[in-house]
Write a protein that binds this ligand. Structure first.
Ligand code: FAD
Ligand code: SF4
Ligand code: SF4
Length: 462
């Protein structure tokens, strides 16, 4: 008999008053009893709608049934059939728009906490010795992967398990992509990402850091080195700016730079040598996960007032609902229906004010969300000493510019022939944010899986 409790088993979390001053993980994870109780809310639906909502088609009722029985190892084995990063996805997947959005329990009440259970099982496995990694027999083929984010790591893992000699070339000194340089420690502890990467290294994947492809080596040179196929998973790390006057003032930064300094270079630590802006009254412009992360980091660095300026309303914000709620609990101040017009500086070139315009919502645009329409004469000025721009990212053009035959669309995203990721250049695949533009971890992983399957098909025939 399932547990018919209408609400999800609550997730224990750090007190907002405490956590806004530290970088420790906010959500603390279920206990064994909580996990079993939540798993018992699953109805084990025969037609499994939740599986269709997961981009990598995890057997959701299957892994949850094992949790309900208290068989965590068995549950981990079911998860592992489809995902290599369950501890990451259980924490950062936008479940409310994916698997949980189509959960039958969600029709009348709250859906089953699928992400929370996935996290629990992955953490249980890590605490109980980790998954056994068996080194496969080499099949004699070599594949290069560019970028060590979720797309590249997934491709590498899938191919390495089949016996391919895989080398990852990563531009930064650390692996993990956005999981390490973008998403803050309080949402996704770096040790968890590292453990997933260590498992790849045990499979025999070679990881070469500080290797900017397009500069240190080109794609053509990788082929000359003997790689038979190349997967590009270089992400979308180029920040988009507003294009308004004053964006070059002292105190204005992209969220990318702000978060990289904090997450990758440890600027939040008292003894860090990495400089970072520490404004007293700051506006974060944007409404996605990146904006939420930047705002919550600014608060933790000691800002007295952190405002999020978003051009639509809360209902249209693309950030995960849980992140918005956590930010609200931490005292982030949300200002809706606002578009910045210019940033004004003082005589020393430092940010002093932002000149903005209020909007109202008009007809839906191509994205289906109602378009912000400026209200004439609604101008206002707000005093600030910092502005963080978090309105989006696009792919860096370096690889495209140094690889003949590699085509991109008008947004700079690589063009692929289909969802399996073959690009316009022979034997070069791509996936993740470099193809879709800024998206999600699980979509990047799904793309990596599909590309790996096609690379395998192609090389198995060679
Ligand atoms: P990335 O993670 O960007 O990895 C690309 C890697 O390629 C990087 O390590 C980069 O250094 C490397 N690279 C780039 N150019 C080169 C080159 N020339 N040579 C070699 N290496 C190169 N998604 C969610 O699902 N949930 C969230 O909560 C969430 N929050 C986010 C918060 C922030 C702050 C950001 C920025 C993104 C967030 N996302 C979230 C989006 C998600 O992280 C991305 O969609 C995902 O990481 C894309 O994976 P990827 O492998 O395509 O690219
Ligand atoms: Fe849901 Fe993401 Fe897990 Fe798939 S990977 S089941 S979408 S939380
Ligand atoms: Fe369980 Fe919800 Fe999936 Fe049904 S839809 S099997 S209740 S998780």
């Amino acid at each position: 008999m399932p547990n018919m409790e209408p609400k999800k088993t609550p997730m224990p979390a750090q007190d907002p008053a405490v956590r806004q001053h530290n970088f420790n993980e906010v959500a603390l994870g279920y206990t064994h009893e909580m996990a079993v109780q939540e798993a018992q809310r699953c109805l084990q639906c025969k037609h499994k709608p939740c599986v269709g909502g997961c981009p990598v088609a995890i057997d959701i009722p299957g892994f949850i049934a094992k949790v309900a029985e208290g068989d965590m190892k068995g549950s981990f084995d079911v998860l592992s059939e489809q995902t290599s990063l369950p501890a990451v996805c259980g924490r950062v997947c936008p479940q409310e728009t994916q698997c949980e959005a189509v959960c039958v329990r969600g029709i009348k009440h709250e859906p089953v906490g699928i992400g929370r259970l996935e996290r629990y099982v992955a953490d249980w496995m890590m605490e109980n010795g980790g998954a056994k990694v068996e080194k496969p027999t080499p099949n004699g083929h070599r594949v290069a992967v560019v970028g060590a984010g979720p797309a590249g790591l997934t491709t590498a893992g899938e191919l390495a398990r089949k016996g391919y000699a895989v080398t990852i070339f990563e531009a930064l000194h650390k692996t993990g992509g956005v999981l390490v340089y973008g998403i803050p420690e309080f949402r996704l502890p770096k040790a968890i990402v590292q453990r997933e990467i260590d498992a790849l290294a045990k499979l025999g994947v070679e990881i070469r850091t500080n290797m900017v492809i397009g500069k240190v080596l080109t794609v053509d040179e990788l082929f000359e080195e003997g790689f038979e196929a190349i997967f590009i998973g270089s992400g979308a790390g180029l920040p988009v700016f507003l294009g308004i006057p004053g964006e070059n003032l002292n105190g204005v930064v992209s969220a990318n730079e702000f978060l990289t300094r904090i997450n990758l270079m440890g600027a939040w630590k008292q003894d860090s040598h990495t400089p970072v802006i520490r404004p007293r009254r700051v506006a974060v412009v944007g409404g996605g996960n990146v904006a939420m992360d930047a705002a919550r980091c600014a608060k933790r660095l000691g800002a007295e007032e952190v405002h999020v300026f978003y051009r639509r309303t809360r209902a249209e914000m693309p950030a995960r609902i849980e992140e918005i709620e956590h930010a609200e609990e931490e005292g982030i101040l949300f200002q809706y229906l606002i578009s910045p017009l210019e940033i004004l500086g003082d005589e020393e070139g430092k940010v002093k004010q932002m000149h903005c315009l209020r909007n109202e919502l008009g007809e839906p645009d191509a994205s289906g969300r109602r378009r912000p329409v400026p209200i004439e004469g609604s101008n206002f000025y707000t005093d600030l000493d910092g502005v963080i721009i978090a309105i989006g990212n696009s792919p860096n053009p370096l690889i495209r510019m140094t690889t003949p035959g590699l085509e991109a669309n008008k947004w700079g995203c690589l063009v692929t022939k289909d969802e399996r990721g073959l690009t316009t250049r022979k034997n070069v695949w791509a996936g993740g944010d470099v193809v879709t533009g800024a998206a999600t971890v699980i979509l990047a992983m799904g793309a990596g899986k599909q590309a790996a399957a096609e690379i395998d098909e192609m090389l198995a025939k060679a």
